[in-house]
Design a protein. Structure first.
Lengths: 383, 383
């Protein structure tokens, strides 16, 4: 059985005084301290990062992490656009399934705010298809098309979407590590400028810096020694076409649906068992699709469901979503996001979530997406 | 037991009429045809690529491969500079160890010649440390420093190094897929212009385009059905510091040494059992260090040993090295290199190496290096 025994995240935000590897180093030594582990006790490292090559001509980060850790072990970098963190975590889980009595460090990081928004957006568009890039479609554009289709098909308006951001900003206000700590209103969202119709600034996750790390182990003695631990019941990656035009349904992320189906089957639990989830809300529409495609809400009902506010902390529902603030408010340092999502579930299940601690959650789910749905990673934890 | 059941490589060279994904597609469908497998029989894909992000703002290749394969499965990209191919292969092996009855596709590719040498060299320097990059140290510069140190310490001259290139070009002349098919002489090497003293143009591997793919399986029925198969006895990744200044010995690649020691232990064979090897000869000095650090030659004797020509095809030795032509003559499309090395060993062990077929090799070794030794992957195959 693979267990998470520790989690550390740096502040997320505009961290101009810190480099990518400053953040990686802080996250690595942060999680080592939390778990009382020395560098020599780590058997392998998996690193999730998308943009260091494109933005700062920085590759081969595996070797750079060896220099930070000062040990000679296997280190791997995974890149799957915004699902790089989730992919790194999945590979770490597979590594543990193939090797017994090992401690594995998973770290995700991204350094984005040193560059102009145009540079960052161009870098991010590297995750889209060549055809879509040539057509000038950025990610807001792609998700804007999806949002238009969804709103029209199911007769919703931009107001329905805005509830996602209001909820996630409220959660961000409870999370000290979040990029944005400010609560916002429906009116704030609706009055914010358009980025790609019908999506507005306040429907969109920001460009952030940050790093997050977890330690996974299948060493039973190690698990016993630790104060906190959560079991990884499933972690599934599914990849789909990159181009929207190749998809059968524009209002469905097939990779999410398939990954969730396999993950729930492996975890041997039902959707209603999940008490806490972090889903990939890169745009407000993405959280609504995620909730439907993960099987929590019936397709087409998400626009209505989100207005009921049952997934908000304190909203009285059985499933609270994105208590970290989600990508929207906690921020979206791309490679770190998938790890932060899993880390937040770990904090919640082990009762370390402080002001935003949900009650009685025994199972949690993290959902990380790459591109406009080209990759989905679904991870289920339990205590 | 994990087996390789098929290998396909595109032509390596300056392939201006083909895009990165044209090459990936050719390699994928080439190896599927070789093994008589359909796309639906593939359970996971591991992709090795270094530079597509930096050179052509092309990331999230996992999803682009899903579009080529038209199936929804887990697909991962590994990046470890010039060891990206070897790292992808290693992750695939781990995947099989964690999952039974699976067929896994490993593909590596790089598209480099559409860009100016300056752009490609700048991209490649992304694998070096920030400090080294800032000092203007390119890879020829880093390996030049290593070569200087080695030649001086063990009293050799540039002529000793030149035997590596002469051998590998001879091998390339026997490999139809090689970038360079021309035999060269010691004089040719010594008269070629300096790139970074004491390394000259003909001490250096070229910038190439190409893709290579293998299929791995642990499905016993599948292995029985196939005409050719080789067993993966070991595949080990070790990561070391990126900066040369952090290394204890400039004339040793510690990661190679450590990975080889673990690999031989796991494979339960001795150095003298290896009849065929592909080692990472990005520069002539690198092959000499590799032969020493892998444990085939005593440290410091490589400069002499290479002049004996025992590792040349037809040279009468018990170990033939770089029959593909190595990186030097077969070419070095970075992400493809690690896969091509393993594929060449597979061809040799399964008697498919045609004009360059060595006799009686039962075990073979592939050795892939990232950066100036920051990552090493050692893979041992047997039949």
């Amino acid at each position: 059985m693979n267990n998470i025994i520790g989690y550390y995240t740096t502040q997320f935000g505009e961290l101009w005084e810190k480099s990518l590897f400053d953040l990686v180093e802080e996250a690595i030594f942060g999680v080592l301290k939390q778990t009382n582990l020395e560098n020599k006790q780590i058997d392998a490292v998996f690193f999730g990062n998308m943009l260091a090559g494109v933005l700062e001509n920085n590759l081969h980060s595996t070797s750079k992490i060896a220099e930070i850790l000062k040990i000679n072990i296997p280190i791997f970098r995974a890149e799957a656009a915004c699902a790089s963190g989730g992919a790194a975590f999945n590979l770490a889980k597979t590594y543990l399934e193939a090797n017994s009595n090992k401690n594995v460090l998973v770290v995700g990081a991204e350094k984005m705010t040193d560059y102009s928004p145009e540079e960052a957006i161009t870098g991010l568009s590297a995750a889209a298809s060549g055809e879509e890039q040539e057509a000038g479609l950025t990610f807001p554009g792609l998700y804007g098309m999806i949002a238009n289709y969804y709103l029209e098909k199911y007769h919703y308006t931009e107001k329905n979407l805005s509830y996602v951001s209001v909820k996630n900003h409220f959660h961000g206000s409870l999370n000290e590590k979040a990029h944005f700590r400010k609560k916002i209103t429906i009116k704030d969202v609706l009055q914010s400028p358009y980025v790609a119709y019908p999506l507005k600034v306040l429907d969109s996750s920001p460009i952030s810096d940050g790093a997050a790390a977890v330690i996974l182990t299948n060493n039973y003695d190690m698990i016993k020694k630790q104060k906190h631990s959560a079991i990884v019941l499933a972690s599934e990656v599914i990849t789909d076409t990159i181009s929207l035009k190749e998809r059968k349904n524009l209002d469905e992320i097939l990779a999410t649906k398939m990954a969730a189906d396999v993950a729930f089957k492996k975890a041997k639990i039902n959707r209603r068992d999940i008490g806490i989830a972090e889903v990939h809300d890169c745009f407000s529409i993405a959280e609504i699709l995620a909730m439907e495609d993960l099987g929590f809400w019936k397709k087409g009902t998400g626009g209505q469901k989100i207005m009921e506010e049952s997934t908000m902390f304190g909203g009285g529902g059985n499933l609270v979503v994105n208590t970290s603030g989600g990508l929207k408010a906690a921020g979206h340092p791309v490679g770190a996001t998938g790890i932060k999502q899993i880390g937040e579930i770990f904090l919640q299940l082990t009762k370390q979530a402080e002001k935003r601690q949900v009650k009685n959650a025994k199972y949690g789910l993290a959902h990380n997406v790459g591109g406009s749905g080209g990759t989905a990673v679904v991870t289920i934890l339990g205590v």
